[in-house]
Design a protein around this ligand. Sequence first.
Ligand SMILES: [Mg+2]
Length: 129
Amino acid sequence: MTSELRKPTRTLIVEDHALNRCLLRDLLEWHGHEVVEAIGGEDAWTALDLEPPDLVLCDIQIPGGGGERLLARIRADARMAEVPVVAVTALSMPTDRTRLLDAGFDAYVAKPFDRRALLEVVDGFVGRR
Ligand SMILES: [Mg+2]
């Protein structure tokens, strides 16, 4: 395991489904990342406002206006305009992917997510920092 060699990333997981949230948290923590959790747009914003994370993994169908509204709010705030936001969603039509990337999400991961694929996306953003 090489996680000791990587810079720990503080990742905000925004996901209203408890099991998915748990799966994401366990996967990231197991790989040495620090995790903050939110259920919807409002508590996500509270966490973001307190301390912008290194990365956001964002479900789209969430309470409080949906993932796209949260993304817009993040992009409009100079403190977190550069924070990568990855859509992690069960909206898996090709048109959904295009729409979300056009909306400004930095990457797109379909649910149910492949653990290795998700980690590759996360590590891709960690490596940029
Ligand atoms: Mg959801």
